[in-house]
Ligand binder design. Structure first.
Ligand SMILES: NC(=O)c1ccc[n+]([C@@H]2O[C@H](COP(=O)([O-])OP(=O)(O)OC[C@H]3O[C@@H](n4cnc5c(N)ncnc54)[C@H](O)[C@@H]3O)[C@@H](O)[C@H]2O)c1
Ligand SMILES: [Zn+2]
Length: 387
């Protein structure tokens, strides 16, 4: 029987009615770590193409990834591959207009369900192309080639697709599993320093969620060398794959965000999103990694003081906080606590009108749905700003 469609008859003896119950589950979501390959020669991608002989291939990219990343991928693509380049790059491409343009191009080139959409780009390109692939013909095969640190450790992993709508981030989207994800660490060489460093914030978040020790500023630590851009390519690959494993394990427990387990990935994000909203409103240039890094620092301080996180008191947070401050500093002063608090109250992950956050009850011990008071938040914020 098809694993995601179940049909049975339900008989109600009192009312003498028979109703056919149709239970639709979502399409199965594979464990992302089993689909993610360190693929510097694109062997995995080529193998898939050889095995499946897609009727057509469309590479979706932005103006930057066409310039910097396509030269590394193009020699491995079969003749006849089509290239769909978005005008521009960045968050603006995650729009209905860009999705429309892609659907239009796919129709124009005769893409069918035996074809392949290949996303080459950062999280904006993979989110948009995956959304388009999941909706075109109710699902066209998709392969992801993430090209930023953030997209390799986070955005490409976990099956979430999305576009922004009416000024709200990721308002429209689907869950959709790609056929594969190729990581090509050399593609990261062309990222600018700020993009490189802030991309690793989500990696640090994964280590906080998983490891028995907090990341630290230790001069000899591999993480520090990574952030300084001094790590060898195999060390970069090891770090990328560690993140993929940690995120995949969480996603596999809650593939469709229904059990609540996946909420732990929100560590640092309630404060981070509030900062991003404030920055957008005030024309400040804070990127996602920087906002979340600040959010992580506040979460560490809040964890140590919160009555529900007794085991957090023994954590040595100062070194981890200093690491985040050194490599992903906020480019401007944060707003006052009450301004951020008001924005945190609008986070879609809150429940029962409370501000709820993920805290750490010790290294690798996330606790989600912790209700917060303004006083607790204000004290933690003051501490982080003073550090
Ligand atoms: N789906 C998910 O689960 C998930 C998770 C986290 C983040 N996201 C999304 O990811 C997006 C952010 O991703 P991002 O930080 O990769 O942004 P991005 O795609 O905008 O990339 C950042 C910039 O780097 C450029 N770029 C990409 N690769 C490059 C390369 N190799 N060399 C030089 N320049 C390059 C891009 O053109 C862009 O200007 C957000 O929209 C966020 O919502 C999604
Ligand atoms: Zn994030």
């Amino acid at each position: 029987m098809c694993p995601w469609f179940e049909s049975r008859w339900y008989h109600n003896p009192d009312k003498r009615t028979s109703v056919r119950l149709l239970h639709f589950g979502a399409a199965p979501m594979h464990d992302p770590s089993t689909l993610t390959y360190l693929d510097p020669t694109f062997d995995r991608l080529r193998q898939w193409v050889d095995d499946h002989r897609p009727t057509s291939i469309a590479v979706v990219m932005d103006s930057q990834t066409e310039r910097h990343c396509l030269p590394l991928l193009a020699p491995h693509l079969p003749p006849g591959t089509q290239f769909l380049r978005m005008a521009g790059h960045g968050e603006g491409i995650k729009s209905l207009e860009h999705a429309h343009a892609l659907w239009d191009s796919l129709e124009g080139m005769g893409m069918d369900r035996q074809g392949l959409i290949l996303a080459l780009g950062g999280g904006t390109v993979t989110d948009l192309a995956a959304f388009v692939a999941s909706t075109h013909l109710r699902g066209t095969p998709l392969w992801l080639v993430p090209t930023t640190v953030l997209s390799m450790v986070d955005a490409a992993i976990g099956g979430k697709t999305g576009i922004n709508f009416k000024g709200l981030k990721n308002r429209i989207g689907t869950f959709y599993s790609p056929e594969g994800i190729s990581l090509h660490p050399q593609m990261l060489d062309t990222l600018d320093g700020r993009e490189w460093r802030s991309g690793w914030t989500e990696h640090i978040k994964h280590l906080l969620l998983h490891d028995a020790e907090l990341p630290s500023t230790d001069a000899a630590s591999p993480l520090r060398r990574l952030l300084q851009g001094e790590a060898a390519q195999d060390e970069v690959a090891t770090a990328l794959l560690a993140s993929v494993r940690i995120k995949s394990a969480v996603v596999s427990e809650d593939p469709f965000e229904s059990t609540g387990r996946r909420r732990i990935l929100n560590l640092g994000h309630t404060v981070g999103h509030a900062l991003e909203s404030w920055a957008m409103e005030h024309g400040e240039d804070i990127n996602h990694g920087e906002a979340v890094a600040f959010g992580l620092r506040v979460c560490l301080a809040m964890s140590q003081a919160h009555p529900d996180c007794a085991s957090a008191r023994a954590m040595d947070c100062a070194s981890c906080s200093a690491l985040l401050q050194e490599f992903m500093p906020l480019p401007c002063a944060p707003p006052a606590a009450d301004v951020l608090w008001a924005l945190m109250g609008t986070d879609k992950k809150n429940a029962r009108g409370e501000v709820q956050v993920v805290l750490l009850d010790g290294p690798g011990q996330p606790k989600e749905g912790v209700a917060l008071t303004f006083g607790e938040f204000e004290r933690a914020l003051e501490q982080v700003v003073a550090d």
